[in-house]
Design a protein around this ligand. Structure first.
Ligand code: M5T
Ligand code: MG
Length: 582
């Protein structure tokens, strides 16, 4: 879609307001002609012809016109502003809604700074275009036309001479805008660099302090800060170079006017009042020419921003509902991976993953770092689509299920815990806003949140900082677990959920989980054997492949990789593995 056509869509609902505002602009431009006209009248009728009684009338008119003009000015500016604010409100909403629809791949490949720029700087360029540029182009054109009409009515040759001079101003103004363009782009770029340095420094403040890199960070900031200063200075150098030229040219036009106009007055071709009038209209000829360059820049900036926004709005997520997807299916919890292979980019991350789980069964997944455990979870929730093979839930290919139907019935505690800056209760109930306090407390008890909540004087109303600052890693994990449990879904995915809690608490949590989740199909990813040893099926993953599978006892008997891990973790325990592992 073309930017102008696109922006038209957002202005269209307000076309009448816009139309009315434009009419007001025409009226105001017309009223702008009154003052020079009346000045001429003062010279001719009052001063030359001595009609003193006209003076008061003219003054009343001047005051009246100024008041009306100011009111209309205020009115149309407000109208333009409201149209632009309404339009960018919609654009922001659409962008944000689109953002919510995007999949993991989008966020993997798009920088946060770019997304933020779309929502801030670029939408502001659109606002400026509607409220500033369109208005300015229209009002300048109107002024230009009205002034020309008035000037032609006074003297045609003089007007033609003046008109012939205006392109010179236009040319210099255009050159100024072109010279200024790279500089202004540099300022914007430099500003966003400065922003990202600050942003990263604030989120990484703990690492900065831990490695005592404060002075390094200040240096980094100073570099960008200085870059911003240089760019701004460069802009004013360009500006200061051209502005006197533009002003002198405008002055030159007045000189030419006085020279030629004066001769015409002496020769009685026009009156002195006409010359005064003419001089008054000259700025209405100058001004549009002076703005031309800036308006071109602003239009270009609008086009660039609009194109970026359009491309973000048009970007389709890879993962989306099929047109005939199954909506509202009540999941039982049978899960089957059929020869599933997967890669994020080029490297295969999972190869030929093949297993079946019955509803209500517990699956443990164990394996080294980077073996592909989290990737399996990502596939179950369809955050990514498997490259080869099929994943079936209750015998249905998950690609045929509506995404919401699928994800609403999966409770997830992710490896990388994210908490919102909200109360602990708010965080637990994030996925289940209708849950009662009893239910929240139940989930909190099961996940072991209750055990530490007394440490906070405000209990569940304690507000946790951004990303959960103020809580220990284990506390954060337990809140994330409670959040997943509270949803009470037929499928639960727990990715390394108890890795940061001590063995004893972990044991208690797993006991509690066992007693509550009889019907839920549960995936538990863990590095510790103690977390998964009771599972109905344990998958041992290595480099994206299942190398062993079975129950704890079976795997111990196989004396393979699992057994080796077991020995490492419980080296002093009887190798038959029959002993209770805590
Ligand atoms: C398996 C790669 C990663 C690793 C392999 C999440 C993610 C992973 N990878 C990507 O290229 N992009 C991604 O977004 O995939 O990664 P995993 O499944 O996260 O491994 P894991 O969960 O078994 O590891 P760990 O450390 O959590 O125990 O090569 O680079
Ligand atoms: Mg992982």
């Amino acid at each position: 879609m073309k930017p102008f056509e696109w922006i038209g869509k957002y202005i269209k609902p307000y076309r009448w307001r816009m139309f009315f505002a434009l009419i007001l602009v025409v009226i105001v431009s017309g009223l702008n002609m009154v003052k020079p006209y009346l000045s001429g009248k003062i010279v001719d009728d009052v001063i030359r012809d001595g009609q003193i009684h006209l003076l008061m009338n003219i003054l009343y008119w001047l005051v009246g016109v100024t008041i009306v003009k100011s009111i209309l000015d205020y009115a149309y500016k407000l109208m333009f502003e409201s149209v632009s604010q309404n339009a960018i409100f919609e654009i922001r909403k659409e962008l944000y809604t689109k953002l919510q629809k995007q999949d993991f791949t989008f966020f993997d490949t798009t920088r946060t700074g770019d997304i933020m720029a779309r929502l801030t700087g670029d939408t502001d360029a659109i606002r400026h275009f509607i409220a500033g540029v369109i208005l300015s182009i229209f009002s300048n054109s109107m002024l230009f036309i009205f002034a020309l009409i008035m000037m032609f009515s006074i003297n045609v040759p003089l007007t033609l001479i003046m008109l012939a001079l205006t392109p010179i101003i236009g040319f210099f103004a255009y050159s100024l805008s072109q010279a200024g363009k790279p500089v202004f782009m540099k300022i914007r770029e430099q500003f966003s660099k400065l922003n990202s340095v600050v942003q990263e420094n604030i989120s990484g403040n703990r690492v900065v302090k831990a490695f005592t890199k404060e002075s390094y960070e200040i240096e980094k900031f100073t570099r960008e800060n200085d870059g911003f200063r240089q760019a701004s200075l460069e802009a004013s150098r360009v500006w200061e170079k051209f502005v006197p030229i533009l002003d002198s040219l405008a002055m030159m036009m007045s000189v030419v006017l006085i020279l030629i106009g004066g001769t015409l007055v002496i020769n009685k071709v026009i009156s002195l009042g006409d010359l005064v009038m003419f001089n008054g209209y000259l700025w209405a000829l100058n001004n549009p020419m002076r703005s031309v360059g800036w308006l071109i820049n602003d239009v270009q900036r609008f086009l660039a921003s609009a194109e970026k926004i359009i491309s973000m709005l048009q970007r389709e997520p890879r993962i989306k509902n099929k047109p005939d997807c199954i909506i509202g299916h009540q999941i039982q919890g049978d899960i089957e991976f059929k020869n599933v292979s997967f890669k994020y980019e080029r490297e295969w991350v999972l190869r030929d993953i093949d297993f079946t789980v019955k509803a209500g069964q517990k699956v443990g997944i164990i394996g080294g770092t980077g073996a592909g455990k989290t990737s399996i979870m990502n596939l179950v929730a369809r955050f990514y689509e498997c490259t080869k093979g099929t994943i079936l839930i209750d015998g249905i290919d998950i690609k045929d299920l509506e995404i919401r139907t699928l994800r609403d019935q999966i409770g997830m505690a992710m490896q990388d815990v994210f908490l919102f800056s909200d109360t602990i209760e708010g965080n637990i109930a994030y996925g289940s806003p209708d849950a009662t306090m009893e239910e929240v407390l139940w989930a909190a008890r099961t996940a072991g949140v209750q055990e530490f909540i007394d440490k906070f004087p405000e209990g569940y109303d304690t507000i946790v900082g951004e990303r959960g600052v103020g809580l220990s890693g284990g506390q954060r994990q337990r809140i994330a677990l409670a959040r997943a449990l509270l949803k009470q879904t037929p499928i639960i995915l727990l990715d390394d959920t108890t890795s940061s809690v001590d063995m004893e608490t972990e044991h208690r949590i797993h006991e509690a989980l066992r007693s509550i989740s009889q019907e839920q199909t549960t995936f538990i990813i863990a590095h510790r054997i103690s977390s998964i040893k009771d599972a109905d099926l344990i998958l041992v993953l290595e480099h994206g492949e299942i190398i062993e599978r079975g129950t704890h006892e079976e795997l111990i008997r196989q004396k393979g990789e699992y057994y080796q891990t077991f020995l490492h973790q419980y080296g002093d325990i009887d190798s038959s593995g029959n002993q209770e592992v805590v």
